[in-house]
Write a protein that binds this ligand. Structure first.
Ligand code: SF4
Length: 426
């Protein structure tokens, strides 16, 4: 039994050199965040104000996931709209009117900007105010941008949650409460709730929760744990409202989850012996689940292309818990404040890169001939054709991977391609 909580020192690891690149990039735009946000917030609708391209992207990305009437759609802007020949406000009002007549259960409508709406400077702020005057207080209208000009892939969630922050009530609590920020699958949320409860940490709330209407309060007694590494602008907005972010690695694997829980336990003054008693069984179960895959992966080399911003905590997991040898960990944006705990745990000899110049990065990857590449869909096929094994980064966003009970599933995602390559080579 340890005599202290396994808390990571927040100031460690900040002075690592970072290769910054600003060239052509291969990532989805922020609209894609709607795919997991709409499943989480069950009383919300996401209305994209965009083009047919945006609608096609969402339909093909969501094609396999829709099992009921979806809670997102696209108000398609035609060529005459883009040329300023139509009164877009009236058209948007008509689309919203039809939507609410058909779906009276909706309580929040997100108006989501896209490249076309940004280019013609469509004022979605004014549109949401106008629509809220018309349909409020029953229905709230909140706007944010998922445009590929302004956001990459997971930044769409950050923009959405940040837009909710001004709607949070000011908290007058005199005792600390915990706010977990970043979308988690319901099953993972329930597992964390049970652990926090057993540790005596609470009240615990989630942003986003299952309702976009029932928002958590925020104030000086709110302690914040980030569940996803891409919600940094939201975190800053919450800090501006008085909350305080607890520095911790992200809850991936047995060790990441333990350190993440320990950051809250330390804040609540949980006795280390009690902490150990609560986490020992699930942590050891997670360690055993991960250890099953370590013999295949240990010593193999890995190269992570920038995709979702999960790359730094993922690199920490792959190195520390599976023994992979990291060559490069690329991330679209490196937030040195909120990534620092994981950054500090990466080995010194790994290249950390921010942004992308895809051709140069591909050259580095080909020269290194890694055993495994984690990358977006667009790069996976060409690399596979060159005999380099890949793992689609998007699976890490759509699969529940956080927490003890998912640690084995997370490890297995990387085991499969390496194992398959070995079998084929025999
Ligand atoms: S928002 Fe921009 S990048 Fe995204 S699908 Fe629409 S046009 Fe393409």
């Amino acid at each position: 039994m340890s005599g202290a909580l396994p808390v990571v020192a927040p100031q460690a690891g900040c002075d690592r050199p970072v290769l910054k690149e600003r060239g052509q990039r291969e990532v989805f735009c922020g609209l894609t965040g709607i795919l997991w946000l709409h499943r989480k917030m069950q009383d919300a609708f996401f209305l994209i104000v965009g083009s047919r391209t945006c609608a096609h992207l969402m339909q093909s990305a969501a094609g396999v996931m829709i099992f009921a009437e979806p809670r997102f759609g696209t108000a398609v802007m035609e060529e005459k709209d883009l040329a300023g020949m139509a009164v877009l406000d009236d058209e948007l009002d008509r689309v919203v009117q039809r939507l609410l007549a058909r779906r009276p259960e909706l309580k929040t409508v997100f108006l989501v900007g896209s490249c076309p709406s940004e280019v013609i400077k469509l004022d979605l702020n004014r549109a949401s105010e106008r629509l809220e005057t018309q349909f409020g207080p029953d229905v709230r209208f909140i706007h944010y941008s998922g445009s590929g000009i302004e956001t990459t892939f997971t930044q769409g969630e950050d923009a959405c949650l940040k837009a909710l922050v001004p709607r949070l009530e000011a908290s007058h609590e005199t005792e600390p409460s915990l706010l977990v920020v970043g979308t988690l699958a319901d099953v993972v949320e329930e597992q964390f709730l049970r652990l926090f409860d057993a540790l005596g940490i609470g009240p615990v709330r989630f942003l986003p929760g299952r309702s976009a209407r029932a928002l958590p309060p925020i104030g000086p007694e709110t302690r914040i744990l980030l569940a996803q590494p891409w919600v940094n602008e939201t975190a800053r907005a919450l800090e501006d409202r008085g909350g305080r972010v607890l520095q911790a690695p992200y809850p991936l694997g047995a060790e990441g989850t333990t350190a993440w829980l320990a950051a809250a336990a330390s804040e609540w003054g949980v006795d280390p012996a009690h902490f150990e008693a609560v986490v020992a069984a699930p942590r050891d179960r997670a360690r055993r689940a991960v250890a099953r895959f370590r013999p295949t992966l240990e010593g193999s080399s890995a190269f992570l292309f920038p995709d979702s911003q999960i790359e730094v905590p993922l690199g920490r997991f792959l190195d520390q818990e599976l023994g992979l040898r990291l060559i490069e960990v690329g991330t679209p944006h490196l937030d040195s404040q909120f990534a620092q705990a994981d950054l500090a745990l990466l080995p010194d000899d790994v290249t950390v890169s921010e942004g992308q110049d895809v051709d140069r990065q591909l050259d580095r990857c080909r020269a290194a001939r890694p055993d495994l590449v984690v990358c977006g869909l667009g790069l996976a096929n060409p690399l596979e054709a060159e005999g380099i094994r890949t793992k689609w980064a998007i699976e890490l966003v759509f699969t529940p991977v956080q927490g003890y009970e998912q640690a084995g599933d997370l490890a297995e995602l990387f085991h499969r391609p390496v194992d398959r390559a070995r079998r084929l080579a025999v």
